[in-house]
Design a protein around this ligand. Structure first.
Ligand SMILES: Nc1ncnc2c1ncn2[C@@H]1O[C@H](COP(=O)(O)OP(=O)(O)OP(=O)(O)O)[C@@H](O)[C@H]1O
Ligand SMILES: [Mg+2]
Length: 375
């Protein structure tokens, strides 16, 4: 009898606290397929760069908004996965000479100092050897090591040569903040991960080949290079859709509200005469993409990048595919994180409209399914 009141074992919830909205998705896994059970979002209407909002009131506002959303969705209790923003953490590859595991732990902590400005005891860190002239692990293995971002040591045998280590770190205070945002909502947090992993999982998964993802959100842009299912490069840029709105408002001398309407309208503002207004914002992103593409090709004998995948709410902007194609000459795809999910016919049009703004939330719930399949 008691089973009835327990968490549904094959249901998983992903919660993305984006700057512009909280997105929640509930997935289930039955008959070897992933099904969309429920989804919801709430616009936050909080100015993303307003420093006058006290962190405590912001936390309270997010906590209250999530609670209301969960009640509205009538979400069932399920294992819940929550993201922390890409810009809060660090995902990087470091190359080291091969060495015994006990030395490796010390060497990695020493290296980590170069990348992490805060004291190491304030940071949750985990790492994994991804290349030792053996096969690299797939995203699932990266996921397991990311579990709650706790430090984990490696136990592989000594070999000679160079090794590549994937280092992941995030401030403990950001992880605790995330935990507090969910408290009181009735959701049971199973794991917290950097959204970089959630995005890569929902948009690329284990696909072979190399993909460059660019998730343009409201405040930030997260760029992720994934090769054979393994994250190789990650960069976060402090610019996104909000800044595009500001550029339109300033450039056309109109209110932000009107600028937002223009931005989301049918007129292509990226490839026509008006694009001079927006280009400076997008140039930050394009410049970083160019550097990543050039470095990848130089290191990998001009290997092909299968596609540049555009994600996040800003991917809906009219003409964005053409803009990135013109700027970079790469093959462009608009990301579709729903592609492997069974969706009821009546919700299909809504899901199409939501598109890749749910990449993070879906990737989080998919992690639950990956964990479930492995058990
Ligand atoms: N149709 C559209 N055309 C252009 N931009 C759009 C459209 N729909 C939404 N956006 C923009 O997408 C952004 C929101 O995207 P998203 O939901 O991915 O961001 P977020 O996750 O809340 O933010 P962040 O990831 O930066 O914290 C906003 O700037 C919004 O104005
Ligand atoms: Mg986002």
């Amino acid at each position: 009898m008691l089973e009835l009141f327990k968490t549904n074992k094959n249901h998983f919830i992903g919660v993305d606290f984006g700057t512009s909205s909280i997105k929640v998705v509930e997935l289930s896994y039955t008959d070897q397929q992933t099904h969309l059970e429920n989804y919801g979002f709430v616009d936050l209407n909080l100015p993303s760069h307003d420093n006058s909002i006290k962190p405590a009131s912001l936390e309270q506002a997010l906590n209250d908004s999530l609670k209301k959303l969960i009640i509205k969705m009538n979400a069932r209790p399920a294992a819940t996965y929550v993201s922390i923003p890409g810009f809060s953490g660090l995902v990087t590859i470091i190359e080291l000479p091969d060495m015994p595991d006990d030395e490796l732990t010390k060497a990695i902590q020493f290296e980590a100092h170069k990348y992490i400005p805060s004291a190491l005891d304030e940071v949750a860190m985990s790492w994994e050897v991804i290349e030792r002239k053996t096969n690299a692990p797939k995203l699932q293995e990266q996921e397991s090591m990311m579990s709650k971002l706790k430090f984990k040591s490696e136990s592989k045998n000594k070999t000679t040569g160079k090794i590549k280590v994937l280092l992941v770190a995030a401030p403990k205070k950001d992880i605790e903040h995330c935990d507090r945002l969910v408290s009181g909502s009735g959701l049971e947090v199973s794991a917290i991960e950097l959204e970089t992993f959630s995005i890569a999982r929902s948009l690329v998964g284990d696909s072979t080949g190399t993909f460059l993802i660019v998730d343009v959100g409201s405040r930030a842009t997260n760029i992720i290079l994934v090769e054979k299912g393994v994250i190789q490069v990650n960069r976060n840029i402090d610019a996104g859709g909000d800044e595009i709105t500001s550029a339109i408002a300033d450039g056309m001398n109109i209110s932000r509200a009107r600028a937002d309407v223009f931005k989301k309208g049918e007129k292509d503002m990226l490839n026509g005469n008006e694009n001079a207004i927006i280009i400076p914002v997008l140039d930050l992103i394009v410049g970083e993409l160019r550097r990543i593409i050039a470095a990848y090709k130089e290191k990998n004998n001009n290997s092909v990048i299968e596609a540049l995948i555009i994600s996040g709410g800003t991917s809906k902007m009219k003409g964005i595919e053409e803009f990135f194609n013109r700027s970079l000459g790469e093959k462009i795809q608009i990301g579709n994180p729903w592609r492997s999910i069974v969706v009821k016919a009546e919700v299909a049009p809504f899901v199409k409209e939501i598109g890749s703004s749910f990449s993070v939330a879906l990737g989080l719930a998919m992690r639950g399914i990956d964990d479930y399949k492995r058990k």
